[in-house]
Design a protein around this ligand. Structure first.
Ligand code: GLU
Length: 167
């Protein structure tokens, strides 16, 4: 079990989890992260640090953004890392992160913004916090009520859910 004083790093990259609705003339854009607020509401006492890497819908992430996310994980002193990320290309970023040895990395997002009442954000983030504390080194995704190995899951757009890779 991870000692309670071991810190967790939370990197934010954007995605719907941090989106804000403006008005009928505009659309949803990624706003300032509300992850600190969710953790405060959850009364999290374990030490954590939040760092923003980028603030984009994950369909707009390019190779340079992904390399930057990877560099930030490697450079971090923490070996337990949660990354908030848009769900559309979460598995693509996970593939690149799989080349990092010795760290526990959990990617997490939401299908509805955290700012909305009926969002999966805080549930998914809670699962990410639990998973990063219990998992062996590797890359994981906590979505749709499950902990997935990142190379064994895909987003099923029609179902609006993450489902296991069919083998
Ligand atoms: N296009 C969005 C993204 O991947 C999908 C919704 C989401 O964030 O989960 O960023």
């Amino acid at each position: 079990m991870l000692p309670p004083e071991t810190p967790i790093l939370l990197l934010t990259t954007g995605g719907t989890i941090d989106k804000i609705y403006f008005d009928a003339l505009s659309d949803y854009q990624v706003g300032e992260t509300v992850m600190a607020k969710l953790l405060d509401i959850a009364r999290v006492k374990r030490p954590f640090r939040i760092e923003e890497v980028v603030r984009k819908d994950s369909l707009e992430l390019d190779d340079a953004d992904r390399a930057l996310i990877r560099d930030r994980v490697i450079a971090a002193p923490e070996s337990h890392v949660i990354i908030t990320h848009g769900t559309d290309t979460m598995t693509e970023t996970a593939k690149l992160l799989a080349t990092i040895a010795g760290k526990r990395i959990v990617l997490v997002g939401a299908l509805a913004p955290a700012r909305f009442g009926e969002s999966d954000a805080s549930f998914n983030l809670g699962m990410a916090f639990a998973t990063v504390q219990l998992a062996e080194p590797g890359v994981y995704i906590t979505m749709s009520g499950s902990v997935f190995r990142a190379d064994k899951v895909v987003k099923d757009r029609a179902k609006g859910a993450f489902v296991p890779v069919e083998e």
